[in-house]
Write a protein that binds this ligand. Structure first.
Ligand code: FMN
Length: 314
C-alpha cells in the first residue's frame, strides 16, 4: 500500500479520513480508526472557525479535542483574516496536534460570504498573506485543501497549488469539483498530472472514493494519497476493505459502538442526529433503519439496536 510523508510525518497508509463538518468528531474518527485498524493514515477535524478559536469559544475547543489513538491528527481551520488565521493556528499547535490544514474549499454561502473557504481561491493576494502568516506562526506541518476552482471558467487549482508551495505549505489536497458544482456530478480526477508536474510537495485527491475499485482507479491518477469522506459514512469499513483486511460487523453493532463513543463527549440530545446520520447511510437494507430514523430518544434507539441479532464476519 502507498504511503507518503508530510515533512517527517508518515501517512501510512496513504488513506485519509476527510474532514466533514458535523460528522468527523472525535467519536467518529475513533469509530473509523478502531474498525479499520492500521488502515487510516491520517484523521482531520471538522473545519473550525478561526474567529471562534481566537475568541476562546468553549464549544469550538471541544470540537478540536482528540485522543492519541486518532493520530496522526490534524485540525482544519477556516477564515479570511490573516492575523486571526495565524493566531488560531498557533493556538491549534499548542493543543499538540500533528498538523494544521487551511480550508480553501468550503462552498457554504455563510463561509464564502465572509471571504473564507473556496472564496480564498479567488483572492490569491489574501491567500498568500494567510499562508505566509500561518507558516510563520507554527512549527508543525501546514497543509491546505481546496476545490478545482470557483466555477468552470475559473479553475485555478494550478496557480493556487504553486502559490501554496511557494509559501511553505507542505501538502495539498484537491477535491475534484468546483464551488459551483457543490457535490453534484462526478468528481474530476483527470487533472492531477498537471499539478504533480508543477509542485514537488505531496498532492492528495478527494471525491467519490467509495470502494476498493474506485480507490485503485483514483490512485492511478498519480496522487500521493486519497481522502475519503462520504464513503466512510456509507461504508465505515472502507479503509480496511481497500487494503484487503476487512472485519465487517453488523450495522447494529457498529451503531452501538458509535453511541458509546458519542456519549463520552455529548449529551444524548446531541448524539441522536449523528447516530441517525450514520444509520441512514450505513443501515440501508436493514428492516430496522426506518424505525431508528423515526425514534426521538437515544435510549430507545439503543434498545432497538440491542434487540437485534449481532454477528461478525471475517
Ligand atoms: C457533510 C460534509 C461536510 C464536509 N465538511 C468539510 C469540511 O469541514 N472541510 C473540508 O475540507 N471538506 C469538507 N467536506 C468535503 C469532504 O471532505 C470531501 O472533500 C468531499 O465530500 C468529497 O469527497 P467524498 O466523495 O469522499 O465525500 C464535507 C463534505 C460533506 C459531505
Amino acid at each position: 500500500m502507498k504511503t507518503f510523508k508530510i515533512r517527517e510525518l508518515e501517512i501510512n497508509p496513504a488513506l485519509v479520513l476527510s474532514p466533514m463538518s458535523g460528522v468527523t468528531t472525535s467519536a467518529f474518527r475513533r469509530l473509523i480508526k478502531r474498525n479499520n485498524p492500521g488502515c487510516v493514515g491520517l484523521t482531520v477535524s471538522e473545519f473550525v472557525s478561526v474567529e471562534a478559536i481566537t475568541r476562546g469559544v468553549k464549544r469550538t475547543f471541544e470540537m478540536m479535542k482528540f485522543r492519541s489513538e486518532e493520530r496522526p491528527y490534524g485540525v482544519q481551520i477556516f477564515g479570511a483574516d490573516p492575523k486571526r488565521m495565524a493566531d488560531a493556528a498557533q493556538i491549534v499547535e499548542e493543543l499538540g496536534v500533528d498538523l494544521v490544514d487551511i480550508n480553501c474549499g468550503c462552498p457554504a454561502p455563510k463561509v464564502v460570504k465572509k471571504g473564507g473557504g473556496c472564496e480564498l481561491m479567488r483572492n490569491p493576494d489574501l491567500l498568500k498573506e494567510i499562508f505566509t502568516g500561518v507558516r510563520n506562526a507554527i512549527k508543525i506541518p501546514l497543509t491546505m485543501k481546496m476545490r478545482t476552482g470557483w466555477d468552470e471558467s475559473s479553475k485555478n487549482f494550478l496557480e493556487v497549488a504553486k502559490l501554496a508551495e511557494d509559501c511553505g505549505v507542505e501538502a495539498i489536497t484537491i477535491h475534484g469539483r468546483t464551488r459551483a458544482q457543490s457535490y453534484r456530478g462526478e468528481a474530476d480526477w483527470s487533472f492531477f498530472d498537471k499539478v504533480l508536474s508543477s509542485v514537488s510537495i505531496p498532492v492528495c485527491g478527494s471525491g467519490d472514493v467509495v470502494s476498493k475499485e474506485s480507490a485503485i482507479s483514483k490512485f492511478n491518477s498519480g496522487v500521493s494519497g486519497l481522502y475519503i469522506g462520504r464513503g466512510a459514512l456509507s461504508n465505515p469499513f472502507i479503509f480496511s476493505e481497500i487494503i484487503g483486511r476487512s472485519i465487517r460487523k453488523a450495522p447494529e453493532q457498529l451503531l452501538l459502538e458509535y453511541i458509546a463513543l458519542l456519549r463520552e463527549d455529548f449529551q444524548d440530545s446531541a448524539c441522536i442526529g449523528k447516530v441517525k446520520q450514520l444509520a441512514s447511510q450505513f443501515a440501508k437494507g436493514t428492516l430496522w433503519r426506518k424505525q431508528v430514523l423515526l425514534e426521538m430518544e437515544l435510549s430507545r434507539i439503543e434498545e432497538l439496536l440491542q434487540s437485534k441479532e449481532v454477528y461478525v464476519t471475517y
